[in-house]
Design a protein around this ligand. Structure first.
Ligand SMILES: CC/C=C\C/C=C\C/C=C\C/C=C/C(=O)SCCNC(=O)CCNC(=O)[C@H](O)C(C)(C)COP(=O)(O)OP(=O)(O)OC[C@H]1O[C@@H](n2cnc3c(N)ncnc32)[C@H](O)[C@@H]1OP(=O)(O)O
Ligand code: FAD
Length: 669
């Protein structure tokens, strides 16, 4: 927990004293409201003080023990949620702070939302109460051994049999085996299974079905159902607590009313009826989860930067040539230029995640009123932001590990496990490249419609300003000019639009649209990234323009916003120069301003990560401790490794002793 207890020394007190803003108010800005800070605080402390939720031994547990530990924690969490009558908000936070991937994530995160989004009212009435009380455990079984990205290529079949009013679920090939779903391997009793609906001899494509997989009496797989875990995954601890599973059906029968029928129905005679709604609503659960993944990116990146900033403030290496105390590594300009953009990105992702949640809620309300006009916007924003934020976060966590030097490589730093747990976010819920290509296709369509005078809306509205943005010149003359939000916004808009228009022109030169999209797909990725970065920068600027209470809080956020934007200008300078948005001199001025911003950020760095309000339990890092007392913690942690249980290791008698004795004999010859 945080420092302040009797006898504790705050080794970072000096750093905290230099902060130029009110940390308490920054906590509110980060969490979204005073209420959010208070609830998070209570739930984090509840988890940290409960011995069942201990996790410092997690990377040393063999897989079977780790999995059992996950079941124990999930059951204990549920017991506490019921005993304390926690609200949904509190329960979600409690699960977050337990911080161990497990079947509950998919039960609440995908199974329940899939039934809510795709089930009829009657189906919701039947299944949701069972799920809410954990009388059934569910997962989301979409991906197969042979196909994940290409959802339309899935092979599992659900063939309607009008004689018995049932669907027959079948896995016709090895590649049709469901493969990856979290919670499927060992825990789930039920799944929402995506399969090809076949009725009256016709294949109607992919639809969702609720299928019971295991007995509710003894948890054994039901007849015709083959189930198992797909095996160990990257890293120690990490995502190995999750039972990602394999599932095969051998002509398993389910009642007709277990097809999720909100979007389309099959009558008892076997007639297929599709409601008058876009087919893409079938992908609604993925859109919902992609939106939550953006919020999660800021959590993971803020954890990593919290560890790296605190440790860098405490770690010292080298000193002035003239002698005197050694230098805190956080004072090295190179350390700042690697770390501060990540800190700024954590804040940027937090605010764009907040905005995306608003967008998602707004679109959901419109869909309920049968207004589908914003579906494309929701798809483009969730897919693109999921891709850009998860890739940057995965890279950022690894950079934080390197920023902590050798100690960052120890499991006790928390960073290897954080990375191993986080990195599949670049793949699950849509491979990032596949998702960016979706965004790019929408951008290409928007460019092609500009000529007809159709005005783009939402986050693509800037493209309507094509006449101006294609020829405007950046007006920056001094480094300070880069502090203007209007100047920043304009270069990001011009870069994104010009890249999109250039790419569209190149595609038009190809023999066919399809060939052009294929040949230019590497460029299309960059077009999508430029557009999504514009959204993140814009939403950060808009956040800073709001009324933000607390001494110095707005100034710090403005500084972080400028760091984020100018860091991107520096990193993608090639795009800005090649599209003619700015000159090389203006690029140099941006970099000069970035250096000044880092210097302003430096005295506030530790306080800016304190504002995340993470307990030491949640951080799970000896390097990121609130009190900065790193060395005794590192030293103590080493002795907890099972290898140190005895001074002489197992295996000495069989493998070391004979070797050493033989060397002794040889030396005596
Ligand atoms: C609270 C959360 C807690 C826990 C969960 C979080 C983490 C737990 C960890 C892991 C869970 C992981 C779960 C999973 O991974 S589940 C499996 C996820 N799988 C995928 O994401 C597959 C990715 N593939 C796709 O989404 C589609 O196949 C793809 C979009 C790539 C292609 O679809 P399709 O072939 O049908 O269409 P296209 O021809 O490309 O497009 C047609 C048309 O449809 C529009 N479109 C596509 N997708 C959507 C969408 N989602 N919403 C709305 N519209 C969509 C597309 O733009 C085209 O439009 P148009 O050009 O106008 O016709
Ligand atoms: C930890 C984890 C948890 C998961 N949980 C679930 C779950 O709960 N439920 C579930 O159903 N699924 C789950 N999945 C599966 C996940 O959704 C898929 O792995 C993901 O959608 C990627 O699909 P794929 O594996 O088929 O990759 P592939 O599509 O085979 O990707 C392989 C490579 O091909 C490239 N590629 C593919 N298509 C294109 C294209 N059109 N253009 C250019 N490049 C392309 C990709 O970029 C990638 O580099 C999980 C996966 C992981 C890793």
């Amino acid at each position: 927990m945080e420092a302040g207890g009797a006898g504790e020394v705050d080794h970072l007190a000096g750093e905290r004293a230099t902060a130029q803003f009110d940390v308490d108010h920054m906590k509110v800005a980060w969490a979204g409201s005073r209420h959010a800070v208070d609830v998070a605080d209570r739930m984090a402390r509840l988890v940290a003080s409960d011995p069942v939720f201990r996790k410092d031994n997690r990377t040393m547990l063999p897989r079977k023990e780790l999995f059992k530990d996950t079941l124990r924690k999930a059951a204990h969490a549920w017991k506490r949620i019921v005993e304390l009558r926690l609200t949904e908000e509190e329960a979600n936070l409690l699960r977050l702070y337990v911080d161990q991937p497990g079947y509950v994530d998919l039960h609440w995160g995908m199974f329940v939302p899939a039934i809510k989004g795709q089930g009829t009212e009657e189906q919701q009435k039947k299944w949701l109460p069972l799920a809410y009380k954990f009388q059934i455990i569910g997962c989301y079984a979409q991906t197969e051994l042979g196909h994940g990205s290409n959802v339309q290529g899935l092979e599992t079949t659900a063939t309607f049999d009008p004689k018995t009013d049932e669907f027959v679920m079948h896995s016709p090939t090895l590649t049709s085996s469901k493969w990856w779903p979290g919670g499927l391997g060992k825990a789930s009793t039920h799944a929402v299974v995506y399969a090809r609906l076949i009725t009256e001899g016709k294949d109607y494509g992919i639809h969702g079905f609720i299928v019971q997989l295991r007995s509710l009496e003894d948890h054994s797989p039901l007849p015709g159902v083959t189930l198992g875990d797909i095996g160990g995954k990257f890293g120690s601890g990490a995502y190995n607590s999750m039972d990602n599973g394999v599932l095969r059906f051998d002509h398993v029968r389910i009642p007709r009313d277990q097809m999720l029928m909100r979007l389309s129905q099959v009558t008892k005679e076997g007639k297929y009826v599709h409601s008058n709604v876009p087919k893409q609503l079938l992908y609604g659960t993925m859109v919902f989860v992609r939106q939550t993944i953006v919020a999660d990116a800021s959590k993971a990146l803020s954890r990593a930067t919290c560890i790296a900033v605190r440790y860098s403030a405490m770690r010292k290496q080298f000193g002035p040539q003239t002698g005197g105390p050694e230098t805190q590594v956080l004072n090295y300009k190179t350390q700042q230029s690697r770390l501060f953009p990540l800190l700024a990105s954590a804040y940027a992702f937090r605010f764009v995640g907040e905005w995306l949640k608003w967008l998602y809620t707004d679109v959901t309300h419109k869909l309920e009123a049968k207004d589908f006009s914003t579906l494309q916007e929701a798809h483009a924003c969730t897919a693109g932001l999921k891709a850009v934020t998860t890739s940057a976060t995965a890279d950022g966590i690894e950079e934080c590990r390197k920023l902590c030097g050798g100690h960052g490589y120890l499991n006790s730093s928390g960073l290897p496990e954080l990375f191993a747990t986080y990195v599949p976010a670049c793949t699950y819920e849509g491979d990032n490249v596949v998702l960016l290509l979706q965004v790019a296709r929408i951008l290409m369509k928007t460019v092609s419609q500009l000529a007809s005078g159709k005005q783009p809306v939402g986050t693509m509205a800037y493209m309507g300003n094509v006449q101006y943005l294609m020829q405007c010149k950046c007006g920056v003359n001094t480094a300070e000019d880069w502090l203007s939000p209007a100047a920043i916004r304009e270069v990001f808009e011009a870069r994104a639009l010009r890249m999109a228009v250039n790419c569209a022109q190149n595609i038009n030169r190809a023999p066919s649209q399809e060939e052009g999209l294929y040949e230019l797909s590497p460029d299309l990725l960059e077009v999508a990234v430029a557009h999504i970065q514009l959204i993140i920068v814009t939403k950060f600027i808009e956040k800073v323009e709001q009324d933000i209470p607390g001494e110095g809080v707005k100034e710090q956020l403005r500084n972080l916003c400028n760091v984020y934007a100018l860091y991107l200008v520096h990193k993608h300078l090639g795009d800005f120069l090649s599209t003619g948005c700015m000159t090389a001199r203006q690029g140099a001025l941006a970099n000069q301003q970035l250096g000044k911003l880092y210097a302003q950020l430096r005295p506030n760095a530790v306080a800016l990560v304190d504002a995340f309000n993470y307990t030491d339990h949640y951080l799970g890092s000896v390097l990121g401790r609130y009190d900065g007392n790193v060395y005794p913690a590192l030293y103590d942690e080493a002795w907890k490794d099972p290898l140190n249980d005895s001074p002489v290791p197992d295996g000495y008698r069989e493998h070391l002793r004979p070797l050493l004795k033989q060397q002794l004999k040889l030396s005596r010859l």
